[in-house]
Design a protein around this ligand. Structure first.
Ligand SMILES: [Zn+2]
Length: 506
């Protein structure tokens, strides 16, 4: 593995001056950005012999999303049966249980499958340009958190002293608990809270409940409200006045509720906004996809540059990570995204890019996903890489990580995909048979205690799913990682369902 490299292209720094270097070079060493300079300038010290690698496009900071429920990203979009007005309405519906919580419970509790879920969803995020995500908790398996380490950053366990960990909460705050919640907010840790998800007064009540005495609010700079779809301009004024921020997930809001947060009001109030794709059940496959929805939903409110900032430096600032991430500046961690765009407006170029335009994604300087040419050049032929999801000109994924959890280490993306494909094809039978206990993995990532034998041989092609089960993620064609088809209705939330006590995660 080459720890030192130099990428040439248009460098879109997202620094405070919005510096764009049309023909620039980004120098990386030991996971850190060591220089960002015009190509005509000499290299920084130590890089005199570093060869320059042409990206043929533009280089951006890696995309940071502040809301997801990662495990659920193995499942497909849910067809929303009707428009809802708050999140308490959909958790108990029949198709939701059948297609969301049922499959997720079986997958999440199975010793062989949960590591495959972690592998698959981290790779799925990387393929969409995401380098930091959120949402590692899973109601059916409290041990799942340990499986998310290093390959894709996450907000809750960044494992880096320069990146303070945030915590998250899915359940709503009752008015009676607001004072205690304020105590929790005083811990000097960012708390991402599902807040006022929906469009009606009942949804908004969950924000109003934070006012524990007239004019006194359980809102501080540590509160990051997820969704905030029911908030009015006056509510956003309160949020801004107390330093709170929000995470916007427009596609999920639109599919579930037909309307999204009033981000124009949030902006006018001065609330800092980040983005999150929420989950595949009712949201985008990743942050690059969510940016497209945001662009449509925010037309006239945010410029393209401001939208890219939401997914990079603004998200980092909300987490207090801006000293280490969110821009391409010397001294920052080298999380980056290279895209084949030469659009005269580099911000529009990113927002219009498809998954297949992504040339390279690196986290902490480690090339994790990219074209075969770039991955071979930067990671070397010796670095084992999984075949990518079949993008036209060939892609490789590198999921090797010395810090990986033993349950996940050694599990390749094709193996994870195959395992999930077989499992999803036999989901009802698995649910009836019961669940395998968790057990330490062998070095190759396979469990020492096998899960119930699949009816499909591991080497045989997966059987088609039964009509009652979700489409197996593993049997999706690679193109299913491209932007979702327009006009497909979807819906639901699993872990968010506040009317399902078992789903509450904090
Ligand atoms: Zn959520």
């Amino acid at each position: 593995m080459t720890s030192r490299y130099a990428l040439q292209g248009r460098i879109v720094t997202m620094d405070p001056h919005d510096t764009v270097i049309e023909d620039g070079v980004l120098y990386v060493g030991d996971g850190v950005i060591e220089g960002v300079r015009p190509a005509a300038d000499p290299p920084p010290p130590g890089h005199e012999l570093t060869p320059r690698t042409a990206t043929g496009g533009s280089v951006y900071p890696g995309l940071i999303e502040l809301h997801n429920h990662l495990a659920y990203d193995v499942l497909q979009l849910w067809q929303v049966p009707r428009a809802f007005t708050n999140r308490d309405q959909w958790g108990g519906t029949g198709t939701y249980r059948q297609l969301v919580t049922g499959p997720m419970t079986v997958l999440g509790r199975d010793a062989a499958l949960m590591p495959a879920v972690a592998r698959y969803v981290e790779a799925k995020a990387l393929v969409n340009g995401t380098t930091t995500s959120q949402g590692i908790a899973l109601f059916s398996n409290a041990g799942a958190r340990r499986m998310y380490r290093g390959v894709l950053r996450n907000v809750e366990q960044p494992e880096d002293p320069a990146l303070p960990a945030a915590t998250s909460r899915i359940a709503d705050i009752d008015a009676a608990d607001a004072r205690r919640f304020l105590d929790r907010l005083s811990r000097n840790q960012r708390l991402l809270l599902h807040l006022a998800e929906g469009t009606d007064e009942r949804a908004r009540e969950h924000f109003r409940a934070l006012e524990f005495e007239p004019g006194k609010w359980a809102v501080t700079e540590n509160l990051v409200g997820i969704h905030c779809a029911a908030l009015t301009r006056a509510d956003f004024d309160v949020l801004a006045e107390h330093g709170g921020a929000m995470v916007w997930s427009p596609l999920s809001n639109l599919l579930l509720y037909g309307r999204t947060a009033d981000v124009a009001a949030a902006r006018a109030a001065g609330v800092a906004v980040a983005l999150g794709s929420d989950w595949s059940i009712s949201g985008s496959k990743g942050l690059l996809g969510e940016l497209k929805t945001a662009r449509l939903a925010a037309a006239g409110t945010f410029t393209d540059r401001e939208l890219v900032a939401m997914a990079t430096r603004d998200a980092a600032r909300i987490l207090r990570w801006d000293g280490a991430l969110g821009a391409l500046r010397p001294g920052l961690r080298a999380d980056l995204l290279a895209v084949a765009t030469t659009d005269p407006d580099p911000y529009r170029g990113l927002l219009l890019a498809a998954d297949t335009d992504i040339r390279l994604v690196a986290v902490n300087g480690v090339p994790r996903y990219g074209t075969t040419r770039l991955m071979r050049k930067l990671a070397g032929d010796a670095a084992p890489s999984d075949p990518g999801p079949g993008a036209p000109d060939g892609r490789l994924v590198n999921l090797l990580d010395a810090k990986a959890d033993p349950l996940v280490a050694g599990l390749t993306l094709p193996q994870a995909t195959e395992r999930l494909t077989a499992a999803l094809a036999t989901l009802p039978a698995r649910a009836e048979r019961g669940l395998a206990p968790f057990a330490p993995a062998r070095p190759d990532g396979s469990p020492s205690t096998p899960s119930p034998p699949p009816t499909t041989s591991p080497t045989a092609p997966p059987s088609p799913p039964r009509p009652t089960s979700p489409r197996p993620c593993g049997s999706r064609s690679p193109s299913s990682w491209n932007p979702p088809e327009r006009g497909r209705a979807k819906q639901s939330q699993g872990p968010d369902a506040s009317n399902q006590p078992g789903n509450r995660e904090n």
